[in-house]
Design a protein around this ligand. Sequence first.
Ligand code: ATP
Length: 270
Amino acid sequence: SKAKLFDQNTEVKTTFKDVAGLEGAKEEVQEIVDFLKNPEKYTSLGGKIPKGALLVGPPGTGKTLLAKAVAGEAKVPFFSLSGSDFVEMFVGVGASRVRDLFKQAKEKSPAIIFIDEIDAIGRARGKNAMSGSNDERENTLNQLLTEMDGFGTNTNVIVLAATNRADILDKALMRAGRFDRQIFVDLPDVRERKEIFEVHLRPLKKAKGLDIDFLSKQTPGFSGADIANVCNEAALIAARQGKKSVDKQDFLDAVDRIVGGLEKKNKIIT
Ligand code: ATP
């Protein structure tokens, strides 16, 4: 529910199998899975395990999915919250909420903390002096920095954060011992879109001979979330017409509908 401070999932079922494409990003987060599963192996020579990594990329490209898959692969609990909810809903208590979140994660460690839309709390300080909630946001950000600095090397909590605006983040977040790694999660190319289609076509009753290459070629610029949307829409369109399976035309109609939605969204932004 919306009013929750943070979500806690102790039995994450998501694994790398659910994440299509993103080979480079998956390789990078595999290292984090290894740190969580086998910390002693990495600290035995005196090295320090990283505390945080930033997942950077456009909306809907699978950053949340990937973070969740890290927890699923490592079989550790997943604590998550969204920066924007935080700023909107926890006025006056942001810092103490951050404290609670880290306390709980440490108790359940090894664990993953995921902060979606970290830019909502992590924007560079000292900007936007007109906004009334600015002090509040800064307090929340400061608490986050304090918590990350406070972990010992053996705490074994790794913080993943997602943003599509790494450029506006406070540089203090990226300092060594904080989010000092950046992992890029880009829009899929045609080959990756095919893999994403394959994941999201799995639960659908597809018409015989449905051409997935064709669908992948028809969807340039689509994110993974857009493709998931297309598959779902296509199934609903087919069902509405009483069809027994989802065919090419249903997908084309769904693509049209999603493209229409995307155009509207872009109009509002510009
Ligand atoms: P945002 O920045 O908007 O929060 P995000 O990058 O965190 O987006 P997700 O929330 O992970 O994106 O993606 C939304 C949904 O889109 C996923 O739950 C999944 O169904 C689908 N999806 C996105 N990317 C992929 C992918 N690479 N493979 C499979 N499914 C994907």
